[in-house]
Ligand binder design. Structure first.
Ligand SMILES: Nc1ncnc2c1ncn2[C@@H]1O[C@H](COP(=O)(O)OP(=O)(O)OP(=O)(O)O)[C@@H](O)[C@H]1O
Length: 597
């Protein structure tokens, strides 16, 4: 233990929950437990006794060992050096830890998140003068954190006053003094390139703004059918193996956010290894450099107990808010909030609290809501608008969406991308079910699409969903009485829906051309599918048999267009649409001629 200052004694150990005697300890305070110095946090107090949840295994710790209060709540370090980092659930840098203790994290390790020795090139803001009034969000200067991220060095929340001095341009480590600010009481505050922030306290902002532009993910079923806004909150619930991780990775990789934060929260070890191995290899499609230059990962390692997952979501969110405060659009992916909720359940069970639904405590929904509440688009204190988009994967046991975590999440979020086992089994990817998914952002997104892409976007989207709903009804009839019972018009509706499903909704993450689809290409493909359907229906209405249309080679090509033409080749898709139109016109003329003959 580093210090005997304010020490107490371990009384009782119940898995990750430890009771200690420590006079003067506060709720939420960080403590170190036992000779080994395990990290933990006070979650309840009763007289001199405190109940602590530890973020590391308590094996070997015995009653009577010391416990020490650190005097501050669970906090993270915020400053240059976060980008590209891989941290554990309490923000310890995994790569450094591996150097110190090998692949398995030794317990009680105390490694700061940010590198103390690295020098950063600080460029002070040119418009700053000593004597000037500054406050939270004032940009003191910048540091080029990576090739693609300019890190704004801001006056941290809570500091307000007169600027005494700001450091000249030069190289500084994160602990060097960058500025001094004298507050109204005359106290001088020394500011450096980093500060600490308690993870459970949302970082302040000037005011909330409504989201205005969609988060473009390049995934058609998301952008075109169930859009998300920058600053929105969304969930991806899905049964085992339905594709949650792929959806999240596609968003991380392709979305037009400035910063990506991926919190691997208690998913199986091999999946986490996969994420940790795959992310550093990914190329940033916007800069051509490594995606990790604007990404950071938080990963619960397999030897951390379940309660560490609980902290990791807040750790990720606080870092997301920090970059939001610089005016960036941040997307944070939490995989998965079910595992996070299990941590709540475990702790509440060990505390003997009354379980409400399936063992979860009564505060499950309020905790979930508080987490999602930290998403949003805001007017920051000094750096313009910034946003945190929060997308949580949910892994309901047995794929049952009525279980508590999924159902409470559904009430909180605005965008719900429900993955379906049937679609995944049929290898229809992404397996986002168009019947049960929803987005509360369609009208706002429509303004963007109408302005930037095509004025018919919302109308076309509605037509496609109506056709898919009709398809579901007709498929039920076919299952009952067979396809012969359908009219030619109904069969053509099935063909039209199949074209939407295969040509628009299905999108392979593994297809080099189709893995990302620009908004223009998304609309061109949707419009192509619907025009084919509309033109075909007009022919059926004048008596052309459906078999003649269903065999047209153009239909097969329309299904493949997504992989034949990349996002820059929208003109080619439109040319093909004209060819199809001519083919239909040919049939119409021929049929009209036959009728006359
Ligand atoms: N968009 C996609 N394109 C191509 N293949 C996909 C896509 N989505 C999912 N898959 C396939 O489905 C497999 C399982 O996906 P994934 O690992 O994302 O599922 P999961 O829901 O995260 O699983 P788990 O329940 O184990 O966490 C992938 O390995 C891949 O083969």
């Amino acid at each position: 233990m580093p210090d005997k200052h304010r020490t107490g004694t371990v009384r009782d150990i119940n898995g990750p929950i430890v009771t200690i005697d420590l006079p003067g300890v506060r709720s939420g305070e960080q403590v170190r437990i036992g000779e080994i110095g395990l990290v933990g946090e006070v979650i309840s107090l009763s007289g001199q006794q405190a109940v602590v949840q530890t973020y590391e295994g308590t094996d070997g710790v015995r009653p009577g060992e010391p416990a020490m209060g650190l005097g501050w709540p669970l906090s993270v370090e915020l400053g240059p050096g976060l980008m590209g980092g891989i941290f554990d659930g309490v923000q310890r840098p995994l790569s450094k830890i591996a150097l110190q203790s090998g692949d398995y994290i030794a317990r009680g390790l105390d490694v700061p998140a940010l590198d103390r020795s690295k020098q950063w090139e600080f460029e002070p803001s040119h418009d700053l003068e000593p004597g000037q009034a500054v406050g939270p969000g004032t940009v003191l200067g910048t540091v080029q954190e990576t090739e693609v991220v300019v890190h704004k060095v801001l006056v941290p929340p809570g500091i307000q006053g007169e600027l005494e001095e700001v450091a000249p341009a030069g190289e500084y480590d994160i602990e060097s003094t960058i500025a001094h600010v004298r507050d109204a009481k005359g106290t001088s505050h020394r500011l450096s390139l980093y500060h600490r922030w308690p993870v459970r306290r949302p970082r302040p902002y000037h005011q909330r703004d409504d989201g205005v532009s969609p988060l473009i993910t390049g995934q058609r079923v998301i952008d075109t059918f169930f859009p998300q806004l920058k600053g929105g909150k969304g969930a991806v619930p899905g049964p085992f193996g339905a594709g949650k991780t792929v959806v999240q990775q596609q968003i991380a990789r392709w979305s037009n956010a400035d910063i990506v934060i991926y919190v691997g929260c208690g998913e199986r070890g091999n999946e986490l290894v996969d994420v940790l191995e795959s992310f550093p290899k990914l190329e940033d499609p916007y800069s051509g450099r490594k995606l990790m230059e604007r990404t950071l990962l938080v990963a619960n390692t397999s030897n951390m107990p379940v309660v560490a997952r609980e902290a990791s979501v807040y750790v990720g969110l606080t870092m997301a808010e920090y970059y939001r405060d610089m005016g960036y659009d941040v997307v944070m992916l939490a995989d998965s909030t079910s595992r996070w909720a299990e941590a709540l359940r475990e702790v509440s069970g060990r505390l003997g609290q009354m379980p409400v639904e399936e063992g979860y405590p009564a505060y499950l929904s309020s905790r979930l809501a508080a987490v999602y509440e930290r998403a949003g688009r805001v007017e920051t204190h000094g750096a313009g608008s910034g946003s945190v988009t929060l997308i949580g994967a949910v892994s309901p046991p047995g794929g049952d969406f009525s279980e508590p975590v999924t159902s409470h999440t559904k009430d909180i979020i605005e965008t719900f991308w429900a993955l379906s086992k049937e679609l995944a089994d049929a290898r229809h990817y992404p397996s986002i079910d168009w019947v049960t998914s929803f987005s509360g952002h369609v009208h706002t997104a429509a303004e963007w699409w109408h302005e930037e892409v095509d004025r018919r976007w919302e109308q076309r989207r509605t037509e496609a969903l109506a056709l898919l709903a009709r398809d579901a009804e007709l498929s039920r009839i076919v299952n009952l009485v067979g396809p012969e019972a359908l009219s030619d018009a109904q069969r053509w509706q099935l063909e039209g829906a199949a074209l939407i499903k295969e040509g628009v909704l299905q999108q392979s993450a593994l297809d080099d051309v189709d893995t990302f689809c620009s908004p223009d290409k998304q609309f061109a493909l949707l419009d192509l599918a619907l025009s084919i359907y509309d033109k075909g229906m007009a022919l059926i209405e004048i008596g052309v048999p459906v078999s003649e249309l269903a065999d047209m080679p153009q239909l097969a090509k329309a299904r493949r267009c997504k992989s034949m033409y990349n996002s820059d080749q929208v003109a080619e898709i439109r040319t093909f649409a004209q060819e199809v139109e001519q083919a239909f016109e040919g049939i119409r003329l021929e049929y009209a001629k036959q009728s006359v003959d």
